[in-house]
Write a protein that binds this ligand. Structure first.
Ligand code: FES
Length: 371
């Protein structure tokens, strides 16, 4: 492709989605709606090959996620193998059913970092959103994580149902001794896109939440880091999704599909290469999928002549697909896009309260979506 570097810079961040199995049912899960169609999982040895090849290419940060990575019996073995390869290893988990023995086992295996998600500051709401009684479990796991000397990272996905708890969520984080809190508003892909009208906060809710986040950022300076992210839909310019397609992040799905972003699977005619068929280096450097949005040859107007194209790379292609039906359009979050109205209309539609219940992420609901 013209305009592309001959050899792209290597991946730095590897996200190993070990499994789509999860005991929780969050209605904003970023896993594909039809995840039940991808039930075959890579074996331990296949994962080891992926880990080794990615490290040889230059990946340094490694996230184990899912689904729920704790479901995999070989998690400690994979952590230990990665540790020996020299990765900085992160476990991205709900913490559900994670006991002290598991925390010790993972520490001994060389795990560097644990990020626990919590759904709300109250048991009632947490357990409702998680679709599983898990609040007490998560809180005690958070304390154990701290006790065992990990950096204590709490992640709370915000949406219309819990954003009013912002202050209580931050007080809970202080109480648990969190070193870092990620308060990330839902982004609308996967299950969250399906539930968008029920999850989207109002402008007023967002402004109130931001004020509280700023207040705590000031008062907790030097004690607890707070990272607050607003939904793309309320921005005027798109984000540089994945730091630019095929520049930094490599995601491997449970069945071995290699993805430039966690949602890439939904792109039409997008033949995801599989690690069972190709090496990581072949996939990263030569596959059509990873080269698809590299450079700017693919861009249409207004991106093509935009002075910000080297900053945002046209935004998020999966969002462009979901909203406009064409992944090569500008991300309509951008107010320079002629289709920006799709975003503002979606906000208007979402704020007219709906009686539609949330669709929870579980196998029964997944089966209604076709591959
Ligand atoms: Fe796929 Fe943004 S999530 S490009």
């Amino acid at each position: 492709m013209a305009g592309l570097p001959k050899t792209p810079s290597p991946p730095r961040w590897l996200l190993a989605e070990l499994t789509y199995a999860c005991p929780l049912q969050c209605p904003y899960c970023s896993n594909p709606l039809d995840y039940k169609n991808f039930s075959a999982e890579l074996s331990t040895n296949e994962w080891k090959r992926v880990l080794k090849q990615s490290r040889e290419m230059g990946a340094v940060q490694l996230g184990f996620s899912g689904g729920e990575p704790l479901v995999r019996k070989d998690l400690a073995e994979l952590v230990n193998y990665s540790h020996q390869l020299g990765y900085y290893t992160n476990l991205i988990t709900s913490g559900y059913k994670m006991d002290e023995a598991k925390i010790t086992e993972l520490k001994d295996a060389g795990l560097d970092h644990i990020q626990i998600s919590i759904q709300a500051s109250s048991k009632e709401l947490n357990d409702f959103i998680a679709g599983t009684e898990s609040f007490d479990d998560k809180k005690s796991v958070a304390k154990l994580v701290k006790k065992h000397g990990y950096p204590m990272v709490l992640c709370v996905v915000l949406h219309r149902e819990n954003i009013h708890q912002m202050r209580d969520i931050l007080e809970m984080a202080i109480d648990l001794g969190a070193d870092f809190v990620e308060l990330a508003n839902t982004q609308y892909y996967g299950w969250a896109h399906h539930n968008r009208d029920q999850l989207m906060p109002t402008q007023e809710q967002l402004q109130d939440a931001e004020k509280i986040a700023n207040e705590y950022q000031r008062s907790q300076q030097g004690k607890m880091k707070i990272y607050y992210v607003i939904p793309d839909y309320y921005e005027n310019r798109p984000k540089a999704c994945m730091n630019g397609w095929g520049t930094t992040f490599l995601t491997i799905a449970p069945d071995g599909a290699a993805l430039p972003c966690h949602s890439a699977r939904q792109l039409p005619n997008f033949d995801c290469p599989n690690v069972k068929d190709f090496s990581i280096s072949d996939i990263w450097n030569h596959s059509v999928a990873f080269n698809y949005f590299r450079g700017d040859d693919w861009m249409k107007e207004p991106c093509r002549s935009c002075s910000e194209k080297d900053k945002d790379f046209g935004g998020c292609h999966c969002q462009a697909l979901l909203l406009t039906g064409d992944a090569t359009n500008a991300d309509p979050v951008c107010d320079l896009s002629t289709q920006h109205y799709l975003v503002t209309d979606a906000i208007k539609q979402a704020t007219q309260l709906t009686e539609q219940p949330l669709l929870f992420r579980n196998s029964k609901n997944s089966k209604q979506f076709n591959h």
